[in-house]
Design a protein around this ligand. Structure first.
Ligand code: MSP
Length: 639
């Protein structure tokens, strides 16, 4: 994979504030671009804003601003959001940039001069009569409308519009475009979407309008300045204007003709990208893009995000809650990239706890902790390697290969699976080697090998996960006293890059556990997540459950739910905080034998340290503690 890589997102309408729907495409493109860089492939990542439209014109009038003032302010919201999400785009294109406008005029001139394969002018003047939805910025056909005759997305009646327009003779290019798609010269991914596009050809496609008479806020049509370029002929060329179409042929050659060109888009704009765009490029004598990847849409709590429903989640909100890196990971990994899915904040918390706090962060804490005593908190030396280390190494190498393949097929989930797989493999290895027992038995040599192997494996994860979570991985690499930024994915294939004797500086958990908000999960979701979260017996064995006796109980001031319990587990006394105050009084708890998870990382709830978690069953508003009705002593193990 040495060919340069050029990846784009849609350019977003500035009349909407950036939300996590926009964030989804942008993070995906960013992650894929960063992976390519890590593979040593030169990459260019473009995003930007779509700023000409009736909507902008109208919104500016309403706000008493000029359209320029409005778009300047609103484009900044997108730039700010991307900064928060640690997006590293190489260029931010705005359709109101002079450079873009000149490129669009050049492109339209090329179209105007072009002759179709059947010998006709590619652009012609005509009269357009149709039903136009201002919200969608497109003409709708009768069959697009709801039964009540409304736009299905905006639920408003489309306007009947008639005016002089210039048209692009799409119909003359359909055979060529269809062949490009059928033969994968323009590859449509995932492949089900290819069938969907091919289906559009069967339904029939018409020439489309490339200009508007009524608009004032837009790029003037060079051969008829009374007309402004219509949305798609203005927006789609952003992909070439940003890389020098018209003003920097060398750069354009490099990224458009020399690189693998990938457009990441949502399913709503498939037709324009897969059919209109290649057809226009053919007419303008430029090559079509190589790949168009159509990701799914997500709904929030089962509903489409909309201002009126008040369920729009901004990128900032997510970043405030989870931080940039975790938001990037969660946004992309709640459901497969190519399909639609639903997201819920509690689902985000569960996924975070399961993947990042447990499988990843906990492994870091557990292995770092065990280096303390015998090795003074330093990277231990390897002793003799056994078949277990060799098998683990092979298995990590195969995950690294998978990571590369998944990125090449533009599947960011596959890449995340590959590094989470490494975490799980390391956990299994760690648990099967029982390093805590080796420490007790004074088998320092073997303990060193197990810990060193695990730490090296964690370093491999810090390489593979870097494009998703650059800050966390940098932090982790600093903990491991290795270069903060990995140079190449190849580093993930080696198990001997740490420096023996360097200090492991872990002061607090890398991914502290989050308290999951309680929700009434619909039964179907619960079942689905049970299937998704199937764990192995090894995973289960990692959770230590013991019987504890409740000694003292105190309510936590200024909360309704929390209580502080002093408990005894065998000889050991501990404090835990639990959210059961609405269900039990202190009297009801003292003396009870309860079930506690004893190997959780300590957490602070309302500033009070909690060292373990008690188990309770709940349904709806009801909650009951799991208790032991036997004279078995506290400290007894549950397995
Ligand atoms: N300006 C046009 C695109 C022109 S590209 C040459 C446009 N803009 S948009 O602001 O409406 O952005 C649409 C894109 O935002 C979608 O294609 C998708 O990438 C992203 N998404 C918006 N809402 C989304 C979800 N709810 N879920 C996932 N992606 C979403 O169309």
């Amino acid at each position: 994979m040495s060919r340069a890589f050029y990846i784009t997102t849609p350019i977003y309408y500035v009349n909407d504030r950036p939300h996590i729907g926009h964030g989804y495409s942008t993070v995906a493109a960013d992650v894929l671009a960063r992976y390519h860089k890590l593979f040593g492939v030169e990459s260019f990542f473009l995003t930007g804003t779509d700023e000409h439209s009736f909507n902008v014109q109208k919104a500016a009038e309403k706000a008493g601003k000029t359209p320029r003032e409005l778009v300047d302010a609103n484009a900044q919201f997108f730039k700010d959001a991307w900064k928060k999400l640690k997006i590293e785009n190489n260029y931010f294109v705005r359709t109101t940039d002079e450079r873009h406008k000149e490129a669009v005029q050049r492109f339209i001139t090329k179209l105007h001069e072009a002759t179709t394969p059947d010998g006709k002018p590619a652009v012609y003047a005509g009269e357009y009569k149709g039903l136009y939805c201002v919200g969608c910025e497109k003409f709708l056909t009768e069959k697009d409308l709801t039964e009540e005759g409304l736009c299905p997305d905006h639920l408003v009646e489309p306007e009947s519009l008639s005016e002089k327009n210039y048209f692009f003779r799409l119909t003359s290019y359909l055979d060529q475009v269809k062949e490009l798609i059928e033969t994968d010269k323009v590859r449509i991914l995932p492949k089900e979407r290819k069938n969907e596009v091919l289906g559009l050809f069967k339904q029939g496609l018409e020439d489309f309008s490339i200009s508007r008479e009524k608009a004032t806020w837009g790029v003037s049509i060079p051969f008829d300045p009374d007309q402004k370029a219509y949305v798609w002929v203005d927006a789609l060329p952003n992909y070439i204007s940003a890389i020098g179409y018209g003003d920097d042929r060398d750069t354009f050659e490099k990224w458009w003709n020399g690189a693998r060109v990938v457009h990441i888009i949502g399913k709503d704009i498939l037709k324009f990208h897969a059919i209109f765009w290649p057809a226009m490029l053919l007419a303008a004598e430029e090559k079509p893009p190589d790949t168009i990847y159509i990701h799914g849409y997500f709904t929030v709590d089962g509903q489409k995000m909309s201002k009126s429903l008040g369920n729009v989640i901004s990128n900032e909100e997510l970043v405030e809650r989870f931080g940039a890196d975790v938001s990037r990971y969660l946004m992309l990994n709640m459901f497969p990239f190519g399909t639609d899915g639903d997201i819920r904040i509690d689902g985000f918390c569960r996924k975070y706890n399961a993947d990042l706090a447990n499988d990843f962060g906990n492994l870091v804490s557990r292995s770092a902790k065990l280096t303390k005593k015998p090795f003074g908190g330093k990277v231990p030396p390897f002793g003799e390697l056994t078949g277990d280390e060799k098998a683990l190494h092979e298995s990590i190498k195969s995950s690294v290969r998978k990571c590369r393949e998944q990125v090449e097929s533009l599947n960011p989930n596959g890449a995340a699976d590959s590094f989470m797989d490494v975490c799980r493999k390391l956990n299994r290895y760690f648990d099967s080697q029982k390093p805590w027992a080796l420490a007790k038995q004074g088998k320092t040599d073997r303990l060193g090998t197990v810990l060193r192997t695990t730490l090296e494996g964690i370093r491999c994860v810090s390489v593979m996960a870097y494009p998703y979570m650059p800050n966390k991985c940098r932090e982790l690499r600093e903990i491991l006293a290795t270069d903060p930024v990995p140079k190449s994915l190849d580093e993930a294939e080696s198990l001997e890059l740490l420096i023996e004797g360097s200090e492991i500086k872990l002061d607090s958990p890398l991914f502290p556990r989050l308290e999951e908000p309680k929700t009434d999960m619909p039964e179907t979701d619960a079942k689905e997540s049970e299937v998704d979260n199937l764990i192995s017996i090894d995973d289960f064995a990692r959770v230590q459950l013991k019987i504890a006796e409740v000694l003292e109980v105190e309510k936590v001031p200024r909360t309704d739910k929390l209580i502080k319990l002093q408990i005894r587990i065998g000889e050991e006394k501990r404090q835990i905080v639990a959210g059961i105050a609405e269900h039990y009084t202190p009297d009801q708890l003292i003396g009870k034998k309860i079930v506690v998870v004893t190997n959780l990382q300590p957490a602070k709830l309302r500033g009070i340290e909690s060292n373990g978690m008690l188990l309770a069953a709940s349904e709806g508003d009801k909650l009951a503690l799991l208790t032991l009705d036997s004279d078995l002593p506290s400290g007894a193990t549950i397995s």
